[in-house]
Write a protein that binds this ligand. Structure first.
Ligand code: FAD
Ligand code: NAP
Length: 355
């Protein structure tokens, strides 16, 4: 069997949605488990660090990526099981996420319609437990299969093993860059119960007369939810093909009751939502807007005018320049509100500079 050759000094600018100029020492795309194994064992022989990427929509890259970048293009969507109420799908990590959503909608499988139009690959979805409009991947997740980078050993991770959190999992923490996810298994419902708990979604349906006030949700289908989510997202979010961005650049910070009460006294309009264990999740977009960052651009780098949490990089600044800009923003938010904003995209600059 022949394996795809590695490219040397490979440009990654068109492969990351932030449009950051970056060059990998070595680069290879893999389309099967065999190709992945071969790439991993050759990297191990040469003691090269490995960075696996999907569609590059949640990455902050340095100007130079040392070692091997593996682009996961392993595809396939298979029905692995079915009962009266649900179906289990096993999906290749390189499948496009929204294509999977469309696949499910076409077959009447419900559960991920609120996650419509999230850019990226299926394999990256568990990495940050993707979430939007009141639903997180975790709610449909069964298990995933991954290959350990150093040993090439295949491992199955259950939901508990993944340690999912708010835009978080073990693959963003202790096991960052230690495993390559090759497939993800999800359980979808054949008897849909739509989730309209997110006010912006419900309001969109009401506004478009698809939902009547005080009426039940029986008339609302997963397809209608997906269309509503797509319409809202298209109206608010910059398309990375037109304006380079990686979605929300900061996580919404979670604070305890005492801190929230103190902030509320100082800023009565502060936006916060109940989180687990009595904590409050603050809208980072609100903090940035109050501090005057929303819509501010400095030489082609700044925050989007309609969506203040989305950092945009039309000037194609480097990862290093983005981090320098972002640390000024973070210092400003600490000074004003006493809150440290945490970067959401996976940061591959030296660890001491990735806050
Ligand atoms: P990449 O950016 O390629 O990689 C991200 C991280 O995952 C890296 O650390 C990488 O090493 C790791 N990774 C990727 N593939 C694998 C694999 N096979 N095995 C192991 N590790 C892997 N996110 C949300 O949660 N909700 C949203 O609503 C949302 N909206 C967005 C809107 C826009 C416009 C953009 C640009 C981004 C948005 N995001 C959102 C972020 C992004 O879409 C998701 O995080 C997505 O899952 C990233 O997929 P990717 O394939 O592009 O991952
Ligand atoms: P929005 O509706 O303007 O709301 C702002 C923030 O408030 C969101 O981040 C959301 O948190 C939170 N929020 C709103 N209503 C909530 C509720 N009832 N309960 C709990 N939290 C609530 O947000 P938006 O920026 O347009 O994004 C819409 C959805 O798409 C959000 O879920 C957001 O996470 C997701 N999104 C994510 C990214 C990304 O890159 N991660 C990019 C674009 C959009 P949550 O973020 O926790 O939902």
């Amino acid at each position: 069997m022949t394996f795809p050759p590695w490219a040397e000094n490979h440009a990654l600018q068109s492969l990351n949605t932030l449009g950051v100029p970056s060059v990998a020492d070595f680069f290879v795309s893999v389309t099967s488990a065999e190709e992945l194994s071969a790439a991993l064992s050759r990297a191990a022989q040469q003691t090269l660090p490995v960075l696996v990427m999907g569609e590059g929509s949640n990455l902050l890259l340095p100007s130079r990526v040392k070692g091997l970048v593996i682009r996961n293009l392993i595809t396939g969507i298979e029905k692995a099981g079915e009962d009266e109420n649900s179906v289990q799908l096993t999906i290749g990590a390189g499948e496009n996420w929204h294509r999977l959503v469309e696949h499910c909608l076409a077959r009447g499988y419900a559960g991920i319609e609120n996650l419509s139009l999230i850019p990226g690959s299926v394999g990256a979805a568990p990495v940050q437990n993707i979430g939007a409009y009141g639903v997180e991947l975790e709610s449909v997740f069964e298990h995933l299969t991954a290959v350990e980078v150093g040993s090439g050993r295949q491992t199955v991770f259950s939901r508990a093993d993944c340690v999912f959190g708010y835009r978080d999992s073990i693959f963003k923490q202790r096991l960052k860059d230690k495993f390559v996810i090759t497939s993800v298994s999800l359980r979808l419902s054949k008897t849909p119960a739509v989730n309209l708990g997110y006010p912006a979604l419900r309001n969109h349906l009401l506004h478009n007369h698809l939902l009547q006030k005080d009426a039940g949700l029986d008339s609302i289908t997963p397809r209608m939810v997906s269309e509503a989510v797509c319409a809202i997202r298209r109206s608010k979010l910059p398309n990375p093909d037109e304006i380079p961005n990686a979605g929300s650049f900061f996580k919404n910070p979670v604070v305890d009751e005492t801190q929230f009460t103190r902030l509320q006294q100082q800023y009565p309009d502060i936006v916060g939502y109940p989180h687990k264990d009595g904590q409050t999740k603050l809208a980072a977009g609100w903090l940035l807007e109050q501090a005057g960052w929303k819509g501010r651009l400095e030489k082609g780098l700044g925050f989007h005018r309609d969506q203040g949490l989305v950092l945009i990089n039309p000037g194609h600044h480097s990862g290093e320049a983005i981090l320098a800009f972002v640390s000024r923003v973070q210092a400003d938010i600490v000074q004003r509100f006493g809150i440290q904003l945490e970067i959401e995209p996976a940061c591959y600059l030296p660890s001491q500079s990735c806050p």
